[in-house]
Design a protein around this ligand. Sequence first.
Ligand code: COA
Length: 163
Amino acid sequence: MPPRPARPVSASAIDKHVYKVFPNDMNSHQTVFGGMIMAKCDRLALVVAERHSGHVCVTAAVDSIHFRAPAKGNDTLLFSLALNRSWGSSMEIGARVEAENSYTGECRHILSAFFTFVALDENDKPIDVPGVKPETEDQKRRFLNAEIRRKGRLATRNKLNER
Ligand SMILES: CC(C)(COP(=O)(O)OP(=O)(O)OC[C@H]1O[C@@H](n2cnc3c(N)ncnc32)[C@H](O)[C@@H]1OP(=O)(O)O)[C@@H](O)C(=O)NCCC(=O)NCCS
């Protein structure tokens, strides 16, 4: 089946998905456990990849995870994810997490990361996905930067495969 026509970023994006922090989300340092935030990003990025591609997708790589500030008990986490670019069967999805103090409305930037997903066909083989139509200035900038990151990822992968 040929891939569907190029799709706008907005067709698959997740904007400020809300997660209320509870005491069982904390680490022993009494800040929010980073692994929980990463797992939630991976799960939401999967939804973006599957919405865009129309196929089952798997995580191929995660890079540039930066925890910029701790999230605290009683914060509300806001997860935003969007497709930056697609190539053959792979897609880069950018994730941004903010922590909101819902009493005051103050927001802090907690995490940024890039997820690469690959779409699979019914035989679990990579299958081509639709292109992306970046529309806003931010989407166009992310589209261009994604190509630079892809080159770095694939160069690393190729070097490791040579060993
Ligand atoms: C991801 C996976 C399907 C790629 O399979 P593969 O046999 O390496 O396939 P290919 O070499 O044809 O690569 C397929 C695509 O994946 C991309 N890719 C593979 N490994 C990658 C990596 N480490 N980083 C970025 N992209 C990668 C390739 O660039 C290619 O993209 P393109 O079609 O857009 O050009 C395979 O490595 C796999 O199944 N990995 C395990 C996935 C998994 O279990 N994830 C965790 C649970 S969801």
